[in-house]
Design a protein around this ligand. Structure first.
Ligand code: NDP
Ligand code: 2IT
Length: 451
């Protein structure tokens, strides 16, 4: 990082010293921007401004459990940057949620949304509520209480939330119902809605499918494909499930999946029937991935080790790795395991699943590496398509949305590659994505008077 960027980075740390995830996300972007600032010194103030959120809303979320006991959670919405469109980004319900995690996710979202080519600013929100073990009625009451405050800060032309960890179709439905009641209008204020009330076909599949479309483009640059390739996937939620499905469509062999308890390794491959079983386990029965090993032969299950122990999920002979669970799930040592085992490509389905050390290991070893802001952008891109359909009061066919998603992912791959090349870092998707995402927002902020 050059001295100008270091000054900005130091001021970010001095302002909010207890936000390590936000620092990490900012550092990765600042690391990439020096060549742009050399060419466009007028954009330096833009960088200074972008690291400060336009607005952060934090609120109390009181709710009663089934036994009538009161619980109080904390809710957030970070409206990071609205220069190129309404704030857009998911809601995360997970006990780890705090302002640092919300800001890192909102910051990443600004660049990601810019890369999609669609007019969306960046935002993120959520709560430290833990949906695990809660009844449907408890989740409903929580969502209603959460929306009781959030509704006044969002709107179809202002800020459009969606899902993320712990927020799927069920939660989006409950949130949407409460918004509609409070605002007294039916509008596309959330994406990831159910089909019957304005949701887009392919939005559930979009992040996972988009990830695999992106990884397919990366592999093609080396004359490789998914056909016959073994693939390590982490997570077993929305992104992981549909990444697995698309890998199967393209002839690949997924061999791992995980949840917060541990991971399974299935050397015979997770085929379509097994994936359907996992989808039922996770989406309907809300069970644990360990049950997979009890149900299918030849499978090993290993519990996750607490830090700093290595997570053996990444210690298998695979061609492609798709981390799809959460931030910082591949550290430098795990990256070295993947390299040692001959991995060709690593594409992030989750947001920031690879630590800076891991990214360095991949880049130093010439491994194709895609940062989440490029490779997982298919989810928010399809949210953008849902917004368009809602505005048009139309709904497109499955094929139409899938084709648009695929062409957006191909375009993001092309933009990231060409930008990296243009700035003298061929093959570096991290630099390419950061620079290309930045330039559009920087131009818009400058044109609008830097407000
Ligand atoms: P889900 O809640 O559907 O699934 C999350 C999965 O990751 C679960 O298997 C979960 O296990 C596991 N997981 C979550 N937190 C941890 C943790 N701290 N340690 C270990 N495992 C963990 O979420 P999504 O699939 O939607 O999101 C996964 C990632 O993808 C996130 O980083 C999210 O930000 C990112 N993303 C999501 C998009 C979307 O459209 N949904 C779009 C772009 C990125 P368990 O069930 O045990 O908690
Ligand atoms: O991280 C992400 O891009 C998401 N969770 C999806 C956001 C969205 O608005 O669809």
């Amino acid at each position: 990082m050059d001295s100008q960027m270091k000054t900005i980075y130091d001021s970010v740390i001095a302002r909010d010293p207890n936000q390590p995830e936000f620092h990490q996300a900012v550092e990765e972007v600042l690391d990439s921007l020096s060549p742009v600032i050399q060419e466009h010194p007028e954009f330096l103030p833009v960088v200074e401004s972008m690291v400060e959120a336009e607005r952060i809303i934090q609120f109390r979320v009181p709710w009663f459990d089934d036994s009538g006991q009161l619980h109080v959670n904390r809710g957030f919405r970070v409206q990071m940057n609205g220069a190129i469109g309404p704030y857009k980004g998911g809601l995360r319900f997970h006990p780890s949620v705090n302002q640092s995690i919300m800001k890192f996710l909102a910051f990443e979202q600004v660049f990601k949304n810019s890369l999609t080519g669609l007019p969306m600013g960046g935002g993120k929100g959520g709560s430290d509520f833990n949906p695990k073990g809660k009844t449907d009625a408890e989740v409903l009451r929580f969502c209603q209480s959460f929306m009781m405050e959030l509704w006044r800060h969002i709107g179809a032309d202002l800020d459009v939330p969606a899902g993320d960890i712990g927020v799927g179709g069920r939660e989006v439905g409950y949130l949407f119902g409460m918004y509609k009641k409070l605002a007294n209008e039916f509008t596309g204020v959330l994406t990831g809605k159910g089909r019957s009330y304005g949701g887009s076909l392919i939005r559930p599949e979009a992040t996972g499918y988009g990830l695999v479309y992106f990884a397919r483009e990366m592999l093609a640059t080396k004359g490789k494909s998914f056909e016959g390739s073994t693939v390590a996937i982490s997570g077993s939620g929305n992104v992981a499930q549909f990444a697995c499905e698309k890998v199967l469509d393209l002839g690949g062999v997924p061999v791992t999946m995980s949840d917060s308890g541990g991971w399974i390794y299935d050397p015979a491959g997770i085929d379509r029937d097994k994936l359907a079983w996992i989808m039922d386990l996770k989406n309907n029965r809300r069970g644990r991935i360990s049950e997979y090993a009890d149900n299918f032969d030849g499978v090993t299950y290993s519990k996750s080790e607490p830090e700093p122990s290595l997570n053996g999920l990444w210690d298998h002979d695979v061609d492609v790795a798709l981390p799809c669970a959460t931030q910082n799930e591949i550290n430098g040592k795990e990256a070295q395991m993947l390299v040692k085992n001959g991995v060709i490509a690593v594409a992030e389905g989750a947001n920031m699943p690879c630590t800076p050390e891991a990214v360095e290991v991949f880049l130093e070893n010439g491994i194709l590496f895609a940062p989440g802001k490029a490779s997982n952008a298919g989810g928010v891109a399809t949210s953008g398509l849902e917004m368009s359909q809602n505005s048009l009061r139309l709904s497109w066919t499955r094929d139409e949305v899938d084709q648009r998603l695929e062409s957006i992912m191909v375009e993001i791959h092309k933009t990231a590659s060409e930008t990296a090349e243009r700035y003298g870092m061929p093959g570096n998707y991290v630099a390419g994505a950061n620079i290309a995402g930045f330039l559009k927002v920087a131009e818009a902020m400058t044109a609008q008077g830097m407000i």
